[in-house]
Design a protein around this ligand. Structure first.
Ligand SMILES: [Zn+2]
Ligand SMILES: [Zn+2]
Length: 383
């Protein structure tokens, strides 16, 4: 195969259908059913549900050989679409603003291509992964990893990249996306009469000290391997009740680093600074985390495959000087199995990810399918 005009139109139709009927993380029921229907009947393919609303399609030759997993995410975001094209989102307040409609479509194109080509040795898994945006999808897949049989030797995924020239391939060995985590602090003191704050435990000063201390931890230079970004997200304190001195506060931050090791040390710093501030002011501290993303650490050998694939397709290849600041839950899969993630340019004029006017460019569906195809040719045939 066999990139025909019919295939192009079919995949474009799939992409626009997915765009029209977006579903939030963990709720991808219709998306799952739709993709399952597209996969059913493809020669040699076995299909199982995974991580609730995901699908794992497997093409197994039954013979020894490489076992590769390709992942495409399928979830949408709680963002109101402002586009008015014909395939605009039919669901108020929900839309595909990260291009996962496109990622799922590329993966489906690859499934169709390789079921037609057939596999002489080894095994290929195609993972339609739900809930990437909240980090629960990859965790859900790993919780059911025994379903992925045989276990993969290597995993690959891509993300489309607005701001880069259309079709340009972007990658780098080592960190590709940031480790990202969200820290939630609850400071519990004691309310008192606003006229007698000394009789209560007001968290205001502890909060101010933590905000200042976290600011001092910043290492904002992206070229520094110890890069640390701490972003204040949310804060509350007390009530709008003017006779009462506040007795409770909450403070939420996101943390970003280039490596999982720096993240571990940043988290322990944040914990001890918050603890010290709480102790100084006699407050109880409750600390928790949410939406944790491991950094994607690209294996050099997998990056070489990606670069070779780009060259074989005469696509421009750029090695990024430093990682992207966003988190991607594929980091959990690449940490478990080894592999790499790469980017494909969505055009310099394409609105940024998570913007209300963003739309995945259909032009790069073919690029995505052909990139994975060339990577797999390398894995299965170039030895
Ligand atoms: Zn996103
Ligand atoms: Zn995304």
């Amino acid at each position: 195969m066999m990139w025909t005009r019919d295939e192009e139109l079919y995949l474009q139709g799939v992409r626009q259908h997915l765009h029209q009927y977006p579903e939030l993380s963990g709720q991808e029921k219709q998306t799952q059913a739709f993709l399952k229907k597209q996969c059913e009947g493809l020669p040699g393919l076995s299909i199982q549900e995974i991580a609730g609303t995901g699908l794992l399609a497997t093409l197994d030759s039954g013979k020894a050989g490489p076992c590769i997993l390709i992942r495409g995410d399928i979830d949408a975001l709680p963002i109101q679409e402002i586009n008015d094209f014909i395939h605009r989102s039919e669901t108020d307040g929900v839309s595909h603003k990260c291009g996962h409609d496109g990622h799922a479509t590329v993966l489906l194109g690859l499934v169709r291509l390789w079921t037609e080509k057939g596999l002489e040795k080894g095994c290929l898994h195609f993972l339609f992964q739900p809930a990437e945006e909240d980090g629960r999808g990859a965790a859900g897949v790993m919780a059911e990893h025994t379903k992925i049989s045989p276990q993969p030797d290597k995993v690959y995924a891509f993300h489309n990249l607005p701001g880069y020239p259309l079709h340009q391939v972007v990658c780098r060995p080592g960190s590709f996306t940031a480790a990202a985590d969200s820290i939630l602090l609850e400071l519990n003191g004691k309310t008192s009469h606003a006229a007698e704050p000394e009789l209560g435990l007001n968290p205001a000063l502890a909060m101010a000290e933590i905000i200042q201390a976290y600011q001092n931890l910043m290492i904002p230079d992206p070229a520094n391997p110890s890069f640390q970004l701490l972003t204040p997200i949310y804060a509350t304190m007390g009530e709008k009740s003017y006779g009462v001195s506040a007795g409770h506060a909450s403070l939420h931050y996101t943390l970003r680093t280039w490596s999982n090791e720096v993240m571990a040390s940043l988290k322990s710093h944040c914990e001890s600074l918050a603890k010290q501030a709480a102790d100084r002011h006699g407050l109880q501290l409750q600390l928790s985390y949410t939406e944790s993303f491991f950094s994607n650490q690209n294996l050099p050998e997998a990056v070489k495959r990606i670069e070779a694939a780009a060259h074989s397709l005469s696509l421009k290849y750029e090695e990024r000087p430093y990682p992207f600041k966003w988190g991607e839950d594929f980091g959990l899969l690449s940490q478990a199995y080894g592999g790499a993630m790469f980017g494909i340019g969505s055009g310099e004029d394409c609105p940024a990810l998570h913007n209300p006017d963003y739309d995945f460019p259909d032009d790069i569906i073919e690029t995505g399918v052909k990139m994975f195809d060339a990577i797999l040719e390398g894995e299965f045939h170039a030895g």
